[in-house]
Design a protein around this ligand. Sequence first.
Ligand code: ATP
Ligand code: MG
Length: 1019
Amino acid sequence: MVGSWGCWRGGGAPSARMCSNDSEEDMFGDYDSFYGNDSLMAQVDDIEHKYLQDKNMDVKTAGEIILGNLQSGVHQKEQDNFSASQNVVLLKSDQEGAFQVHDSDPADGNQKLTESALDDLPSSQLLYFEKMDELSASRTSALSKGRDECVNSFSDKIRDPLSFYAGAEHRNRPTDSSSHSKCILFKPESLKDHLKSAMTGNARAQTLQVSKTKQLKEAVLSEEIFVARKAIESSSLDIGPFYGLPSKVKDLFRQLRGIETLYEWQHDCLMLESLQQRKNLIYSLPTSGGKTLVAEIIILQELLCRQKDVLMILPYVAIVQEKVRGLSSFGVELGFLVEEYAGSKGRFPPIRRRVKKSLYIATIEKGHALVNSLIETERIDDLGLVVVDELHMLGAGSRGAVLEITLAKLLYTSKKTQIIGMSATLNNVGDLQKFLQAKYYTNNFRPVELKEYIKIRDTIYAVDSKTQNGFAFSRVLNFKYSSNLEKADPDHIIALVTEVIPKYSCLVFCPTKKNCENVASMVCKYLKKEFRVHKEKEKEDLIKNLKSIGNGTVCPVLKQTIPFGIAYHHSGLTNDERKSIEEAYSAGVLCVLACTATLAAGVNLPARRVILRAPYVGNDFLKKNQYKQMAGRAGRAGIDSAGESILIVQEKDKHLVQDLVHSPLENCYSNLLQELTKGIQSLLLSLVGLKIAVTHEEVDNFMCCTLLGVQQQLLSKEKSLTEIVKDGLENLIEKGLLKGRISEKDHNSKSTLTITPLGKATYKGSIDLAYCNILYRDLKKGLEGLVLESNLHLLYLSTPYDMTSTCSPDWMIYLRQFNQLSAAEQKVADIVGVPESFITKKASGQAIRKNMDDAVVNRFYLTFVLYALLKETNIWSVSEKFNLSRGYVQNLLSSAASFASCLLHFCEELEEFWVYKALLIELTKQLTYCVKTELIPLMEVAGVLEARAKQLYNAGYKTLAHLANANPETLVRMIEHLSRRQAKQIISSAKMLLSEKAEALQEEVEELVKVPTDIPGTH
Ligand SMILES: Nc1ncnc2c1ncn2[C@@H]1O[C@H](COP(=O)(O)OP(=O)(O)OP(=O)(O)O)[C@@H](O)[C@H]1O
Ligand SMILES: [Mg+2]
């Protein structure tokens, strides 16, 4: 076991002393890090805090006092650590060896204190202050300059804090440090600079107050990044204090995540030679093994040391948002941007940043669109690293196909982009390794032991592969059920739950949504009153919160169950409700969640005990991967000391369960063929569209680099890959999406294929090929008579085709809605092909002879739902009106928002549809937020959903700038149900978004005022 942060340093010039000793001095033995010294930094913060409290204090004096105190603090620390009985202390500097620092007499006054404080900084950091900007070549020569000179120029700035501050504001320009402040005022580009600082002012608003200590911290950080980058460039094994990263990163993990030490496997994995050589890597560990941390460290190395952008692909929108929130604080502290690519958020291609690097956090679909846009603009090499979490998603239907397409394109177009994939549930790793040309690391480590059990009747058996039938008797469940209770709870869920709650938490996975609600109701019905007392006030608050989310209504089931600390959790809830319930569960207010399998793949909600209500998901028997993911929620690191899963089994399923528990994990197979239109056809189209491969031969070559290429013999016995490709290309030509010739004779020819405008629009809009022709026809028809009296007609065109099969209209509601339309709106129904007579007949139950297109009729019904939503902006009342679950309604809304933005990209490629562009931009916005316009700026912040936005707005936080500059304590005080951690995350995310927007504007200004090099008549 790696015992302390000390060993985190990885290859940082290891010495026996460092690895055997956990003491603080050891941790920073090789890097003389100002940041590593916790108590010193705590003092800096403390002093800064005091300074900020005294608003009347003049900035200059304050700065001096800060440095004075800082200096005495340093000495105090020295005395503690080094028993400095003499006046001389040795501090080690990595670049320059040890040098002497003389202790000074604190009574000597501020001037002296200031200079002495500087003495306590390592010389490399002093030099940094002198030339704060010149992080590259000029810095190297600066290192050889005399130390006294540096101290003088630095202390000049210290004596005039304002000039120091201004210098930092403009630190991207090389300047003459000694006349810094004057230069800024009288430079010819001062107007531009002024504009820039005005624009970025808000993003950095706290810098104004934070004064010099913040500058000190930033400077030290930049220094460390510089050293780390140099070390990485030199590709030596000695890569720095914390895996090549500034020690501040380590502090951040400690402060923000509570992580003190790396697990041994995490250290080993980070030290893999292949990783250091930037080879692709797949790593696999059991659930809760701590895979994320390793990925995050590698990501930070790429952003900070190698100065490249990074893409992180995660499976769900909610997880993307959680990650954006979690990593924004790192971005704010370490100076990189975190950009959200989920739902309808994300820019294509992304803005090219001159200075800061970006971490794009994306869903699978948005990640694909992002990669496409980078290939198209020939910027794919900017992407240094792509990390895929839950790599087994490669085998998950159409989403797996999209992930495979993305990775194959990356492998083919960029030799420089490193790919890292992780998962807890991989089996056929060989195939994946071959596909990704990756090394493999695996380990069985799990920080908290997971004990797996099954329950048959009243007996619990431990899953034990050593026994003959795979199960070993463990115990008989101890419970006393009345006959009534036995009838209500034949599976003894109450007995299982009450063994752990309320002290510990419990997740009950159920096969269906309805079952979740039933289980929650049933359990609380029979629970003793005592359970109500536990965290009573918090539970009341939660209900109040849910009530405000629901505009005055709370789901009756939740109202009944929450007082007992129980809730259900499934996709029928709105995002806001789900989030509140998740937060309450994490905080221990709720101790039981009855949930569907989606929770296992969603946010990180651990439990002491996981109960699987039945070995089914919907009607399908549980798969091994699903079982592992659900059971794996039990016993999470740092929270539980033990974890157990209990699968409830009926006698009839015993054999199936035996197979399930002891079979290996499912293999991961390519879905390119299975998902024809979203798979191989869409891939072939975009290969030509992006000019990645434009001849049959090139396409063939590309296909060998896919997972399908690796598994071809397994997946398609009848046809060779070349034949599959040939059929696919011919099909695209038939559909009018590609042009060119593919014939037997031409098989090996190099005749070039081209994409048609419709083909281009289809791949640019990420339109499923199954719908591209019908979409084109619908839009074309719309041009002949788009009814613009309201947005109903446009909404119909933006209603996602693939949702039509998920609904069956209630004809009475259909008719009622139809009757409420104006005459012009009723005409829309006729135009799209849903005549009034049809709806009336359906509603009155009459037989209909005419054949109607169900897809159109259902689609128009969904349009009604969207129409009502945009009008009322209230998911609750709309879901009631249409008798649909609010989660479904919300899902429809977000799908429509995504589809509208796809439609926009589709129309942009086809000149004839120019008129739709302006209309769709506005509609996408309305669908994306579907709330009162004033809440939109707040909801742009990752994870701020409608209810929270409303609270914030009502409390006076009306803009992004309000949030970015908010004080966490005040926020917690003013906003109900907001923890300090959440407040901080919101502020960090807002800061990140603001600085990202400000930087984008700044780049635009730079571009605008840049003097062209080719002005006629000048040279
Ligand atoms: N070195 C560590 N020390 C303490 N806690 C850690 C350490 N590494 C990770 N953790 C914590 O362990 C928990 C689980 O880690 P993580 O989410 O990375 O697991 P995982 O391997 O991705 O599991 P899953 O497959 O379920 O997603 C997290 O709360 C994380 O903060
Ligand atoms: Mg994980």
